[in-house]
Design a protein around this ligand. Structure first.
Ligand code: GDP
Ligand code: MN
Length: 459
């Protein structure tokens, strides 16, 4: 169920091609990996922080959507899904169950919590209901609960919607069978791949960890797209024959088409189910849309659910700041992702832990600096702030003035601030800061900045 973990591991293996980093990765115990994963969707980035790696790759933001939204997208491309209706309250849930009975003859339904995290089944967020009273009870219990799953962290997530879905595990001529399938970009190969396994369902992460040979991969040539023989190979490797084989071929083709046409970053369907009457359908749908391609799909903007995102990250994105919250104690404000990575390494070397990743982008004026201060200062763990800005196009003295203005506007900032400005007019900038009378420690060289951070921790 909490199977994005599988994709996650794969992701890392694809991204970190260096032997050193791969060995390092093996030494991190699994709970920590999962915890890091849970924390953020920016998987590659977090992993690189973990390794003090300077090889910053593009930090992609992936937009997560709910299962019911993902399924609607799949369906629109002809992918067969477990049908369902979303509900905000118990009355709507009961109406949904009635409608599913009318439309599909479903006597039983499943009530599924809609949160942006997997492993819901394990956390008690997916429940079978056998009649309308049962629907009332199960929906009542799940709606409003703080659902804790292996992917939410201990605080869990508030459930404000449920998907009432037809029960697709009904008995029949053959056994039902759960498979795993995902579509994603293999960065090393520069191609999309379909990953799949006969061992889908609840414990896919165990499969990934202990029996990785049970996970197959099919690489897709971008020039010709998914070929018929590839879809047939997948159906064959999944052990299917007859109608189920044919249906799987169609399923895979439609799934790949949906992934490609939506410019998605990742699809993960776990489980893909073979029903007792040999139909293939998506029981679950984790769909990550690629932020960078959203402008090509204006409709998708409406799918964003900011209630599911970190409030500080939402606020940051409104100010066009690229912010990711981390667990440490030194807040960072930097321009450029690569310099941000290097800054976080410096903080670690100086004995601190980065409290965040924050890229202010190209324009570090008083307004952006102020927005960045406000966001960093909301984190109670922050014991110091390191501003590290390279003035290439933006002049250092302008940035220094921005820092001073923002500082004065905010008033007293309770933690020490270390400002390192290098580049055009660096000396003028240092003078401005030193003469400002504010509690700001200035530096030009990165080493000096690191020493200032050390002093804070030594004090
Ligand atoms: P996840 O736990 O967040 O991955 O949520 P899923 O949508 O994958 O559902 C979790 C589990 O609930 C599945 O692996 C199935 O075992 C079970 N489940 C889902 N739909 C049905 C259904 O229609 N009938 C029954 N009996 N079980 C279901
Ligand atoms: Mn699932």
């Amino acid at each position: 169920m909490n199977s994005n973990y599988l994709t996650y591991l794969h992701y890392i293996n694809l991204t970190l091609t260096s032997q050193y980093l791969q060995n390092e990765l093996k030494q991190i115990p699994s709970p920590k990996k999962t915890q890091k994963y849970n924390q953020k969707t920016q998987i590659r980035f977090v992993v690189m922080v973990e390794f003090n790696s300077f090889t910053a790759q593009n930090i992609s933001n992936e937009m997560n959507i709910h299962e019911y939204q993902g399924k609607a997208i799949l369906k629109s491309f002809g992918v067969r899904i477990q049908e369902g209706i979303v509900a905000d309250n118990v009355e709507q849930a009961v109406e949904a169950a009635k409608k599913l009975k009318e439309d599909f003859g479903s006597d039983w339904v499943v009530v599924k919590a809609q949160i942006h995290a997997g492993g819901r089944g394990k956390g008690g967020g997916v429940k079978l209901a056998k009649n309308l009273d049962d629907v009332k009870e199960k929906a009542g219990a799940i709606l409003g609960m703080q659902l804790v799953t292996p992917q939410t962290g201990p605080e869990g997530k508030l459930v404000s919607k449920v998907l009432v879905a037809q029960d697709v595990y009904y008995p029949g001529a053959t056994e039902t069978k759960e498979f795993y399938m995902s579509v994603l970009l293999d960065r090393a190969a520069g191609r999309n791949i379909i990953m799949y396994s006969t061992e889908g369902g609840m414990d896919i992460e165990e499969v990934a960890e202990h029996t990785p040979h049970l996970i197959f991969k099919e690489e897709i040539d971008p020039k010709v797209g998914l070929q018929g023989f590839q879809a047939r190979k997948i159906a064959f490797n999944l052990g299917l024959s007859g109608d189920a084989f044919k249906d799987m071929v169609k399923f895979v083709a439609a799934l790949y088409k949906a992934y490609d046409a939506t410019d998605s970053a990742m699809f993960e369907i776990n489980p893909v189910l073979k029903t007792s009457d040999n139909k293939i359908l998506a029981v679950d749908a984790k769909v990550n849309l690629d932020d960078n391609a959203l402008f090509r799909h204006p409709d998708f903007a409406a799918l964003r659910d900011t209630a599911e995102e970190d409030p500080m990250e939402v606020e940051a994105s409104l100010s066009n700041l690229n912010y990711v919250k981390l667990d440490g104690n030194v807040g960072c404000m930097v321009n450029g992702a690569g310099l941000a990575m290097a800054t976080m390494d410096i903080i670690k070397i100086a004995g601190g832990e980065p409290a965040n990743f924050l890229d202010v982008g190209g324009t570090a004026n008083a307004q952006t600096v102020k927005a960045a201060f406000n966001i960093i200062l909301k984190d109670p763990n922050v014991k110091a702030i390191l501003i590290n800005i390279f003035g290439g196009i933006v002049r250092c003295d302008r940035v220094a003035q921005g820092v001073i203005d923002a500082y004065k506007e905010i008033g007293d900032i309770p933690v020490p601030i270390i400002v390192r400005l290098q580049g055009t007019n660096a000396v003028e900038a240092k003078t401005l800061l030193d003469e400002s009378g504010l509690k700001v420690k200035s530096a030009i060289l990165l080493k000096e900045a690191a020493d200032r951070v050390k002093e804070v921790f030594a004090a």
